[in-house]
Unconditional design. Sequence first.
Length: 355
Amino acid sequence: MKKRILAALLCGAMCLSLVACGSSADSGASSGDAASDDAEATVYKVGIANYVDDASLNQIVASIEAELDQKGEELGVTFEYEPYYANAQADSTVLNQIATDLVADEVDVIVAIATPVALTMQAATEDNGIPVIFSAVTDPVGAGLVESMDAPGGNVTGTSDALDTAAVMNLIKTQNPDVKKIGLLYDTAQDASEAAIEEAKAWCDENGVEYIEKTGSTTDDIALAADSLCAEGVEAVFTPTDNSIMTAELSIYEAFIEAGIPHYCGADSFALNGAFLGYGVDYANLGVMTGDMVVDLLVNGADPATTPVQTFDNGIASINTETCEALGFDIEEVKAAFEPLCTQVVELTTAENFE
């Protein structure tokens, strides 16, 4: 960093010397050209911290980066993010180090993907005021990141992937009107899951449906929990936007298929990784909106304290057609039943990441 600063000072001194000795034609350059040169020289350092490798979060990152590239080209500025990207791989020690590094790098903004990252970055920027734009935070108010969705009140704002839990549970009831027992699979350490699980329990109570909870934080734990749900005879399994379960989905979806149990989840990435259905926001659009908020903050001077948290329509249902067939369901019948309850029904086949 010191070498870069020294180089910049030396370069500046040389430029001043050349201006002093330059021709009248040089000194006659238009103010418009100078402004254009200044704009082209503007570089914003954008720190991006991802929580863990999974299809949804990786899709958000890719969409943010693509949007920053596009907006940078349109505006004649550079959003430099590659040197300041890091993935914590769900390790709190690594996450804290990422926060320390981004603060030391004096980035202009930190983009925090998922609730644990946003909370760490909030704590790391309390004294220095670096703005934080979060993405894929399910309950920003409940997590303590903002005072309210309309008026965050601090240096933190962003985009939320809040889940309409009742809508997912109603899809379960639509597919199986006689459902009697539902499994709830989640990680108790994931703040994003807490509210949705409570909402799912309330729905079950109201509809006279028994529920069984199983939890896990590692892929091995989650696989055991999934096997246990299969053994206890649940007729469907619900998982909210839980990053731990998302990371393990490729390891558990076949067990659910073999047991004839559809897995209903709070994001399309689960369906991509083998679950029967994912319901929620379009994470590509979530990333685009997050990128736009970064641009508005850096280029237009938007204030995080007064910039409302952005939310999205949760009406998109994604069905894994391979899993649907393996469970013995007719895809056209499923789509016809779900379409009145969704703004859109899309089809996916199993893959590790979105293309």
